[in-house]
Write a protein of this length. Sequence first.
Length: 85
Amino acid sequence: MKKICSDCKFLAPRDVFKGFCENKNAMVIIDADAFDCKAYSAAEKCRFCKNFSAGQGGLGACAAQKGVMVYADLKACGDYAACEC
């Protein structure tokens, strides 16, 4: 899995290009590579959940919510279970 800042739980988005890294206390480019970041921790998003099945166009189905269609980048629901992805 490629690590990027927009998938980290420490990112607070400010606009479509930049965000504030709460760990580094600095502005970062949202799509920046976070490969060498020691503090990176995947945010709880649907795409990182065991219950999510990816479909087309960034949509997928949530097994925990009985097949409800969700966007992969949504903040996960209460049924979140981290995957090994």
